[in-house]
Ligand binder design. Sequence first.
Ligand SMILES: [Zn+2]
Length: 132
Amino acid sequence: MVDAAPAADAKLWDRLGLRRGRDPYILRGILWCGRCGHRMYPVSMAGGGRRSYGCPYRCHGLVDAAGIEQLVGDAACRQLPFGVPDEYRSAFYAELLVRVAVDAAGGLVFTWRTGCEVGDAAALPVMEVVAR
Ligand SMILES: [Zn+2]
C-alpha cells in the first residue's frame, strides 16, 4: 500500500502505476448485483444525462450512479489517510476493493482487499480475496 501522501501530486499517482481514467463510470467492473451475483453495467439515460448502474437481470431498479459513487468514495476515504484525485478513483478503487455488491434492499456490501469490511454485518459475503 501507499504511505500518507499529498493528494494533488499527479506525478506521485502516476508513479504508483495507477492509470488515469476518463470513464465517468468509476465503479465499472467493481459493482455487482448482490442478488443474482452478476456484474452491474453502466446505463446512461438518453437526453436527461442521468447516469445509473443496472443489473443485467433487473433484480432491482437502476441505481443512481452519482449517489452510489459518493457512498463508495466515502467508504474508501475511511480506509485512506489521504484523498484521491477524481481521475484516479477508478484505478484506486480497483486496488482497494474486490467488489461492491448491491443487495436486494439497495444496501451496499463491500469486499475490501485488505480484509476489513464496512456494511451490514448480517449480509457480509465470504471474503473472496484477503490480503494481497
Ligand atoms: Zn441481479
